[in-house]
Design a protein around this ligand. Sequence first.
Ligand code: 5GP
Length: 198
Amino acid sequence: MQGRIIIISGPSGVGKGTILKEVMRRDPSLRFSVSATTRPIRPGEVEGVNYYFVDKPRFEQMIENGELLEHAFYAGNYYGTPEKPVEDALAQGINVVLEIDVQGALQVFKRRPDAISVFIAPPSLEELRRRLNGRGDTAPEVADLRLHIALQECAIAEQYQYIIINDSVAHAADELCAILSAEACRPQYRKIHLKEEV
Ligand code: 5GP
């Protein structure tokens, strides 16, 4: 059986990465889709693990070649999901996590209506501001821009199938695991074995 795409979106600084780390620790069968981006690498990030860091001409070539499942221009940089690794994993029955912004998610909703979509929201705007400003790797003007984008992103949250409020990482991870378990129980992904033993 084909794997499924799991779209995770939410404002920058909301804690998507931390929640995903915990969920993937609990379910190591999940595969994280490594995106391509033109944004500069941050301290601690690793090429090919966090992102494929590419320049603008290379990114535009990927768009032109149709190599991307979706892409978006976010806070001055390109981000996109290389399609082939996703398709290869799905064909092997592996569920693939796409941590992407709302613009990219809207593209995937259209192309892959079977995708599971989850929006992670902050408990409040003040809390998001606090988390963004407390992140040592983000300049104040970048944090302001990201906060502004966050408001627009939250307006699109209702188009997702699920919304999780990240009030605590453990609770948010519990909810995401519960969503994934319930989704696996949908009839189209379950086989009932009724053959009689003889
Ligand atoms: P950051 O620069 O903080 O790593 O990511 C900024 C935003 O880009 C986040 O909302 C993140 O989810 C989103 N993002 C990361 N990879 C992709 C991608 O492949 N496609 C799209 N559309 N957004 C992405």
